[in-house]
Design a protein around this ligand. Sequence first.
Ligand code: BJW
Ligand code: ZN
Length: 245
Amino acid sequence: MELSKEFEQKFRSAKSVCVLTGAGVSAESGVPTFRGGGDTTAVWKGMPFDQISSARMVSENLAEVWEWFDYRRGVLSKCTPNPAHETLAKWEQDFSEFTLVTQNVDGLHARAGSKNVIEVHGNINRSRCLGCGVRFDMDVGSVPHTPVKCNECSGNLRPDVVLFGEMLPAGVFEEAVEKAAVCELFFVIGTSALVYPAASLPEIAKRNGAYVVEVNPEKTPLSELCDESFRGRAGEILQEITRVF
Ligand code: BJW
Ligand code: ZN
């Protein structure tokens, strides 16, 4: 793989780096993506994922939503972090200012050793009470989920993830915006860049003068905005880039 001199220079000298990851970063771990590359979970029992992963479905058929999420938690329990997750965990130690923002709910960045992960779409191994809002951590691989009802108020629990049409958790996205706006180097890795507001982070970084680099086997709507696009699998490309150090 050919790295430009400009990129090498930026990578070596960068003090503040921000990374946005999407499902493609976990594809090499065997986690299905939503819209392309590797296995996909685009459909569940004939329902497109944006229908089953929606706020409407939580109010109309919570049991079905849990069946879908527990199925995915089961798949995930057999998956382990891949070299892309591991490389990003290492970058956290290497750069003086490093922010990892993920749209992924799979928790694989933390399992690879990343300490500070901004999870803008929540986490599949957490539930939240519809009655009182309290959150419960679930063990990776505990299927079906427990507890089934809230320990505090006996209310129904839902997965603590951000579904279509829902607001991102308060303060979480604002923190990501702050970091994107001040970084020198921004990586957008393994995301189709179709879902907002997450897809606005690279735009914010670019507007504020960052050098923006995409890692994805496919072109995305953000490719034009990027200063550099590395076409390939995240695990391989990130390891390749790290050799520049
Ligand atoms: C590889 C690879 C390898 C493969 N290596 N790469 C502005 C314009 C239009 C619409 C909106 C807008 N602002 C907001 C909206 C509405 C909506 C939205 O964005 N819709 C668009 C899709 C049209 N956004 C929302 O509803 C958000 N909420 C919100 O804005 O609240 C305010 C509001 C409320 C009410 C009304 C109006 C506004 C919330 C979005 C939540 C998204 N949730 C999901 C589901 C989570 C739960 C679950 O897991 O089921 O999050 S959707 C799904 O997409 C999931 C992902 O995090 C997200 C992004 O997907 P991602 O990660 O990009 O994956 P893929 O599969 O799309 O792409 C994989 C990529 O990997 C591909 O490019 C491959 O090429 C690549 N790849 N192998 C590297 N080895
Ligand atoms: Zn409760």
